[in-house]
Design a protein around this ligand. Structure first.
Ligand SMILES: [Mg+2]
Length: 367
């Protein structure tokens, strides 16, 4: 730890992506007749809780974790949609695939939120702001849903930033602006300061970041225990927690970047074969099977394309090769190719553990 602190830490580029009113937006997407109308996802009026509220419902003061009965009272025409978690999970996995196009350092917080560390990224892009914009566009294109994003140099600030221009917006907090920004921020808006702590702080006369900054570490530790150090740090824009990927293996793949760009189809076929053989080796070693075959093509200008086909049954090696060739030839290859990859997904193993309860905002107190 000490050795780590002595090095000048590299400035990270962190993005927090957050879907807008996720469950509610999915329901409006799938039920056009509900679009533009106040809607909640959750249990019925008698004894349920609101899991998510559309923006139209929020105008009536309805928010998640509110009882459905109270929500119905606030808005007589409120639509109650039954949650369809399988559908939300399906979209969540689609969104994550987009994240993984840029980085493997993805830390999901729930089905609709994740931190991404794009300091080094697969697209070779320098601007995290540009990556966030691309990701939001791809999410819209692939799912029809809006996402917001925050960009900064640590998770705490990225998370704070993603809220600033919601819905369907993004914001950046630059290192040189962080402290001034936090001084103005109401204490209840600090990520990691829950309702209870915010009240406690307000009773001490701490209403904004500026107020918080006036207290010593000693005082904050005395009042808030271990979390005192966290509060002392975050108000100074310091948050050292890294993006922790806990990705379960969801695909089996292999790829290769070629020394010389490939031009002809024959070259591509010849170079795809050893990649295919590597995939087969991995399948045999792991015993994992997958129904979706994906061909990844990166062009000499670094643009990326994937082509997939999902089969009824788990394909054998020969079929995987045939599908790989089919995908390679299904469309013209418009420019020289620098990388080819082949992978399988839709695996015969549990792909991911998802905790649906996480969508309800549970105050996160310290660390
Ligand atoms: Mg959200």
């Amino acid at each position: 730890m000490e050795a780590k602190e002595q090095e000048t830490p590299k400035i990270r580029k962190i993005i927090h992506v957050d879907m807008d009113a996720f469950y509610a937006s999915v329901e409006q997407l799938d039920h056009p007749e509900w679009r533009g109308k106040p809607l909640v996802v959750g249990g019925n009026e008698a004894r349920g809780v609101v899991a998510a509220a559309s923006y139209e419902a929020r105008k009536f003061g309805i928010h998640s974790a509110m009882s459905s009965a109270l929500a119905a009272k606030k808005c007589p025409n409120l639509i109650f949609a039954k949650p369809r978690f399988e559908r939300y999970k399906e979209i969540s996995l689609q969104i994550r695939e987009i994240f993984y196009e840029y980085t493997d350092l993805v830390e999901p917080l729930s089905l609709d939120e994740a931190f991404l560390d794009v300091t080094e990224n697969k697209a070779g892009l320098k601007s995290a702001i540009f990556i966030a914009k691309q990701i939001r566009e791809k999410i819209k294109e692939k799912t029809g849903l809006n996402a917001s994003a925050g960009v900064s140099y640590n998770k705490f600030l990225a998370k704070t930033a993603s809220d600033l221009n919601k819905p369907n917006g993004q914001a950046v907090i630059l290192p040189e602006d962080a402290e001034a920004f936090l001084e103005k921020l109401p204490i209840g808006k600090f990520f990691g300061i829950g309702k209870v702590t915010a009240e406690k702080m307000q009773n001490l006369g701490i209403h904004t970041g500026k107020d918080l900054k006036e207290y010593s570490l000693q005082f904050l530790t005395k009042k808030f225990g271990k979390s005192g150090l966290h509060y002392f740090n975050i108000v100074r824009g310091i948050h050292l927690s890294e993006v922790q990927p806990h990705r379960v293996r969801k695909s089996l793949s292999a790829e290769n970047t070629f020394e010389k760009d490939l031009i002809t189809l024959e070259e591509m076929k010849a170079n795809l074969h050893p990649i295919f053989e590597e995939v087969i080796r991995r399948i045999e070693k792991s015993g994992i099977k997958g129904r979706t075959v994906t061909l990844k093509i990166k062009y000499a200008d670094f643009t990326l394309q994937t082509r997939s086909k999902t089969l009824e049954q788990y394909p054998d090696a020969e079929t995987i090769w045939e599908v790989g060739l089919e995908l390679l030839q299904q469309e013209e290859i418009p420019k020289p190719v620098r990388l080819l990859g082949l992978g399988l997904s839709n695996l015969n193993i549990t792909e991911e553990q998802v905790h649906f309860g996480e969508q309800l905002k549970i105050p996160f107190e310290g660390k």
